[in-house]
Design a protein around this ligand. Structure first.
Ligand SMILES: Cc1ncc(C[n+]2csc(CCOP(=O)(O)OP(=O)(O)O)c2C)c(N)n1
Length: 620
């Protein structure tokens, strides 16, 4: 039974616990997290790593007046525990339950809703300026990981923070990992900083020694001011300091006492201060310590074996993409693969192993990934950029300005398109049709099943212009295998020909359309079913044909209505003066969709077969 944790009923209660009991409290928190996440699933390794860091921050700050901004926000479980949300943990990431990310609606101690990476310094810097402008004196702290620091926005914010003349604390939680290994020059730089304890020790002892001898103080000051090659005893912390920030570290991120000292020192500064803490991802659960990437985000699992408790998955779209990439790349050495820090999630890990020279993990840098791909394509290669729908939002301008204006053969493999489930509103992929399908030169495709994803990837790589293929999270649909007509540019696929009602389904919704068509057939209604295939350009010929013989058209898509496929059909009917045809647009509501399982959310928004069937029947 957790004893100390039970004493924490609301924010700031941690201050009532003796600091010498903090190790026991940390143990209780870890046990609680492991027990709970093993049942609900969630972000395990990152949360286990920041237990002491969060405790130290909660000892140091006063909520809700002080502001704490978590980058990404996947590591805020201990923060939730320490702000009175313990009882809600059994509902973590469940429909209408506790969110897996910071959420202001849940608690006044959450300062910013987050989910995407590398935003914390910018958001917190805004809070600092707002504080100063309104004459307040509360503390503001941003916490970001070494992975998040590879995102361009973090650098943009540091560039601005360097000019600050008031206090702002940035905690760099360095666990030497993004989801997978952290990449690039920055990872190397942090590795040098991490091993610089002896430099810190050396710096301090030099200061002490020199400071204690006559005239030594002046020498220390002179050395500190010196811009010469020795640069303050060759400390590798120069990057932050040269940018105008103060650097403190590296500090043991599992030692609350040391962190508190560092935070107190940082709070005295009239500048932005980076406190560099070193933590172990997965700490306290052996499998997560050994395989932090694997245990970054988990399904419910058995604590003893570490294995998932849910049933074996069928083959996912991600796996279909992964295998197709291997096959196609073996035949064409021009094919390259790019990920923004998600080699596992996007299914490119096998590609990395098989073709290491043709694989690029650019860090959490979606914008750079896209323009980098444009350069590769300009240089004669065929890059495939695999990015989740939600994270591709970042690269809207790069898609237009760098890829599509130059009409370059870059393929966007857009995984997690549509409703993605438990990560909630920051992670749903329900906008990509809207933000991609109006871009000139860009072809936008959605496969109905696993076979079509394979065909579309092969087709896209031959097209010699930009192509986006969107496919959903989870098991690939294996039905309709017999319908495998070759892809023809701009043409949809007619699956069943009926009368009166035509269902036009996009990608993942073809499966639902098929179920609905079968149910209606049982009731004596033979409907037409179209697999849209091309979201852009749309197939006007099929719309023309169907409008001559049907009086109800139903579009199905996992995207918001605005800017979706259904609106393109509406526009076509309007332009061609076919207003006598009734059009029903079934899509995702134009709101931010909270967490829950994909199935539950489909049901809630009437995107399951039953919901669609009822809607059509109501129209009939
Ligand atoms: C823009 C964006 N791209 C990708 C992701 C997916 N993602 C979530 S956490 C994470 C790694 C973050 O690493 P780090 O900041 O070091 O935190 P850690 O999990 O190691 O604590 C990534 C890539 C994201 N949340 N946002």
């Amino acid at each position: 039974m957790p004893e100390l944790l039970d004493e924490i009923k609301e924010a700031n209660d941690i201050k009532k616990i003796q600091i010498q009991d903090y190790n026991k409290l940390a143990e209780e928190i870890r046990e609680f997290l492991i027990q709970n996440i093993s049942k609900t699933g969630g972000h395990l390794a990152s949360n286990l790593g920041v237990v002491e860091l969060t405790m130290a921050l909660h000892r140091f700050l006063s909520f809700p007046q002080d502001k704490l901004v978590w980058d990404v926000g996947h590591q805020a479980y201990t923060h939730k525990l320490l702000t009175g949300r313990k009882e809600l943990f059994p509902t973590l990431r469940q429909l209408d339950g506790l969110s897996g990310f910071p959420k202001m609606e849940e608690s006044c101690c959450d300062s910013f809703d987050t989910g995407h990476s590398s935003t914390a310094i910018s958001a917190a810097l805004g809070l600092v300026k707002a504080r100063d402008l309104s004459g307040k004196s509360n503390k503001v702290v941003a916490v970001l990981g070494d992975g998040a620091l590879t995102g361009g926005m973090a650098f943009e914010a540091i560039n601005n923070a360097g000019r600050l003349k008031t206090n702002f604390i940035i905690v760099l939680n360095d666990n030497n990992m993004s989801i997978s290994e952290n990449v690039g020059g920055l990872a190397n730089y942090l590795a040098r900083l991490r091993t610089s304890n002896r430099y810190t020790g050396f710096k301090e002892s030099m200061e002490n020694i020199l400071g204690s001898v006559p005239g030594g103080k002046g020498l220390v000051d002179m050395l500190k001011r010196s811009k010469d090659a020795v640069k303050y005893f060759m400390l590798p912390s120069m990057f932050f300091e040269d940018m105008g920030l103060t650097y403190i570290g590296p500090i043991d991120g599992h030692n609350v006492w040391q962190m508190l000292e560092a935070f107190e020192a940082a709070a005295r500064s009239k500048k932005a201060v980076v406190v560099h803490v070193l933590t172990k991802k997965g700490k306290g659960y052996r499998p997560a310590e050994r395989y932090p990437a694997h245990y970054h985000g988990v399904e419910p699992f058995d604590i003893t074996s570490g294995r998932p408790t849910c049933k074996e998955k069928e083959i996912s779209y991600t796996k279909v993409f992964s295998d197709a990439m291997l096959r196609l790349a073996a035949e064409d050495e021009k094919i390259l693969a790019i990920t923004a820090a998600m080699p596992y999630g996007t299914g490119l890990y096998d590609f990395k192993k098989q073709f290491p020279d043709r694989f690029f993990d650019v860090g959490i840098a979606e914008q750079h990934a896209v323009t980098f791909a444009a350069g590769l394509a300009m240089g004669g290669f065929k890059p495939v950029v695999a990015i989740y729908s939600t994270f591709l939002q970042r690269a809207y301008d790069q898609i237009i300005h760098d890829v599509c204006i130059n009409n370059l053969p870059v393929v966007f493999a857009i995984d997690r398109a549509g409703i993605t489930g438990r990560d909630g509103k920051t992670h749903q992929g329900t906008f990509d049709v809207s933000f991609l399908s109006h871009i000139p030169n860009l072809t936008v495709l959605a496969p109905k099943n696993r076979y079509e994803l394979e065909d579309m990837l092969q087709y896209a790589l031959k097209l010699n212009s930009p192509v986006a293929i969107r496919y959903p999270k989870g098991d690939a649909y294996l039905g309709l295998e017999e319908y495998r007509a070759p892809l023809e540019y701009g043409k949809s696929e007619l699956l069943h020909e009926g009368a009166k009602v035509a269902i036009l389904a996009v990608g993942s919704m073809v499966k639902i359309g098929e179920e609905v068509a079968a149910a209606l057939l049982k009731e004596g209604e033979r409907v037409t079913l179209v697999n849209v295939r091309f979201i852009s350009p749309i197939d006007k010929d099929i719309l023309e044909k169907l409008s001559g013989s049907h009086n109800l058209m139903v579009t199905l898509e996992e995207n918001v209505r605005n800017g979706g496929y259904g609106q393109k059909v509406a526009d076509y009917l309007f332009e061609t003066r076919k207003q006598d045809i009734r059009l029903v647009n079934i899509s995702v509501p134009g709101a931010y969709i909270e967490h829950g399982s994909v199935g539950e959310l489909h049901k809630r928004f009437h995107l399951d077969a039953e919901g669609v069937l009822n809607r059509i029947k109501a129209e009939l």
